[in-house]
Design a protein around this ligand. Structure first.
Ligand code: ADP
Ligand code: MG
Length: 591
């Protein structure tokens, strides 16, 4: 046989391995979660490909994960019948940082810059495949891809910068397809090789894996066996001939044997009846599926029937999503008849501005070989999308109605921007978005208010919803335009975020009240006295001319106005022009 070939790890892997071996001691047991989730991913990939290429299953139709332990020698074997890896895939996947989750972990670590790595981090992010070295001195990955004739073994020790790859020659280890991982546990971690320990961890970590996980367990059954009793006393009967009688007695014995035992429940959580699923289960499923470490802010589990049937669980995360323009968000996992299809179709199933919502969707009405093109054309998908969006809004509305005002504040802080984007991009849902918006107001102290709250406290004679845009709360609050409205007791929305004004302009009105910018000319507060205005105009016309001459091209016009109560003058924007704030925005964008 050709000798094993030696490879060096990519530099990042070395750093990670060093951390794993020397710094991350607690939370070691996450290794099992990571390795089982890799096995499950490999099975998902195979199942998906086999939809169009059923031949892939000809070497074995069973899709499962089997975990065997050898407690005397401290060895754990994890076998999956998934997609396996070719020789090149071994190099690419297990010699570099392949996973974005692991990259995220390293980045967070760098940012936290703590000499003493908080072991919690690893519980939150996981370090993927390399977590095997949390508990192992040596790891062997023997794997067979359907694309390759041969089976290969990747092997590495914990304290090393390199790994080897060789062909699998041991006939006992040959598998038709998939991957067999062997962990040679460190001396202090051999306890993990106890079958009960593994079973307990699996129950904890892998309750949402949708393939059967079998563990090799010692079993026993009781059996009644007949045993001979000592020859009983000799009895003489009838003719006096002695007869020896051996009495039989039954005894219970325990017969031991080893066998595979199904350890998880494979029914996906979304198929269960919502009433029977606890919040903890929803949260666990969320964290496990989306690699999150904080519980979600809200979740919604529903089934739709009728025209189109599908089941879904949606979540609003508690973690901030930074990049509003990020299109590749992988936030919606699409299943067709329980088969995971892709998490790359979120744009088709969900509008971009709701990309912070995460969830799973399982449909029986789509073809298993569904593609992006099919999704874009499909009437079924259009209906699904509509329902999903509605449910998402119901869920968000639920947060806003919560007793706890902090919940919605946290939501708004994280995702307010996205809803404002929705005002621009989704006219059809203006009715659902508008009640969710929040603004600062001239009558509340730094506290955000909703449009409903605004409308409720409107004066009886007040006609419009008034707003003013500014670049800070204090500049908006101190604008001279506010004087008159304050005096009249009219509340004014203070738009501080550049997107606020754009979203209101798009909404146009709320509950039949239009939005009015108080910095524009011609502001009508319903207190016009035309007679007096005419008089004033005449009286001050010379003054106005004089000021206009002085200012020249810098202003379009100088007018007398009744809009101020204590400031002598104010600059207003033309009725059909941009507001000062919009001008600032446009200027900022053109640089
Ligand atoms: P991630 O799972 O996030 O991609 P990991 O570090 O856990 O990152 O795994 C790295 C890669 O190794 C996987 O993306 C996959 O390509 C490959 N891999 C790991 N375990 C298996 C397995 N059991 N079967 C097939 N491929 C695997
Ligand atoms: Mg992984």
């Amino acid at each position: 046989a050709p000798p094993a070939e030696k490879f060096e790890y990519q530099a990042e892997v070395n750093r990670l391995m060093d951390l794993i071996v020397h710094s991350l001691y607690s939370n070691k047991e996450v290794f099992l979660r990571e390795l089982v989730s890799n096995a499950s991913d490999a099975l998902d990939k195979l199942r998906y490909l086999s939809v169009t290429d059923p031949d892939l299953l000809k070497d074995g139709p069973e899709l499962d994960i089997r975990i065997q332990t050898d407690k005397d020698n401290g060895i754990i074997t994890i076998i999956d019948s998934g997609i396996g890896m070719t020789r090149q895939e071994l190099v690419d996947s297990l010699g570099t940082i392949a996973s974005s989750g692991t990259a995220k972990f390293l980045k967070t670590l760098k940012e936290s810059q703590e000499a003493n790595v908080d072991s919690n981090l690893i519980g939150q992010f996981g370090v993927g495949f390399y977590s095997a070295f949390l508990v192992s001195d040596k790891v062997a990955v023997s794997t067979k891809s359907p694309k390759s004739e041969k089976q290969y073994v990747w092997e590495a020790e914990a304290e090393s910068n390199s790994y080897t790859i060789r062909e699998e020659k041991d006939p006992e280890k040959l598998i038709p397809r998939g991957t067999c991982l062997t962990l040679y546990l460190k001396r202090d971690d051999k306890g993990f090789a106890h079958p009960e320990r593994i079973q307990k961890l699996l129950k904890n970590y892998s309750q949402f894996v949708s393939f059967p996980i079998y563990t090799w367990q010692e079993k026993g059954f009781t059996k009644e066996v007949e045993v001979d009793e000592d020859p009983a006393e000799v009895k003489t009967e009838g003719d006096g001939e002695p007869k020896k009688e051996v009495k039989k007695k039954t005894k219970t014995v325990v017969e031991k044997y080893w066998d595979w035992e199904l350890t998880n429940e494979t029914q996906p959580i979304w198929l269960r009846t919502p009433k029977e699923v606890s919040t903890e289960e929803y949260n666990e499923f969320y964290k496990k599926t989306f690699n999150e470490y904080l519980d979600p802010l809200a979740s919604s589990h529903f089934t739709t029937e009728g025209e189109v049937e599908f089941r879904s669980i949606l979540y609003v995360p508690a973690t901030k999503k930074e990049d509003i323009t990020d299109r590749k968000t992988k936030n919606i996992r699409l299943y067709v008849k329980r088969v995971f299809i892709s998490d790359d179709f979120d744009g088709e199933l969900f509008p971009r501005y709701l990309s912070f919502v995460k969830g799973v969707v399982d449909s029986n009405d789509l073809p298993l070989n569904v593609s992006r093109e099919i999704l874009q054309e499909s009437r079924i998908v259009r209906i699904m999308r509509k329902r999903l969006v509605r449910k998402a809004f119901d869920m968000i509305l639920g947060i806003s109605c919560s007793e706890n005002r902090d919940d919605y504040e946290a939501f708004w802080e994280n995702y307010g921007k996205f809803l404002k984007l929705g005002c621009m991009e989704d006219k059809e849902n203006h009715k659902r978005i508008a009640p969710l918006l929040r603004f600062f107001s001239s009558q509340s102290n730094e506290e955000l208010i909703s449009l409903d709250e605004y409308v409720e406290s409107m004066k009886p004679e007040q006609k419009a919803i008034y707003y003013i845009a500014g670049d800070s709360l204090s500049s908006a609050k101190n604008a001279p335009f506010l004087e008159k409205l304050n005096e009249m007791g009219y509340e004014v929305l203070l738009l501080i975020d550049p997107m606020d004004e754009v979203s209101l302009t798009n909404l146009n009105s709320y509950k039949d009240k239009s939005f009015v910018d108080i910095s524009k000319e011609d502001l009508d507060l319903g207190d016009k006295n035309e007679e007096r205005e005419k008089e004033m105009k005449q009286e001050y016309s010379q003054t106005c001319d004089w000021i206009k001459k002085r200012l020249g091209e810098r202003v379009a016009r100088v007018d007398v106005s009744n809009r101020l109560s204590s400031s002598p003058c104010v600059l207003v924007a033309a009725k059909f022009g941009w507001s000062a704030n919009m001008e600032r925005l446009m200027r900022a964008q053109s640089i």
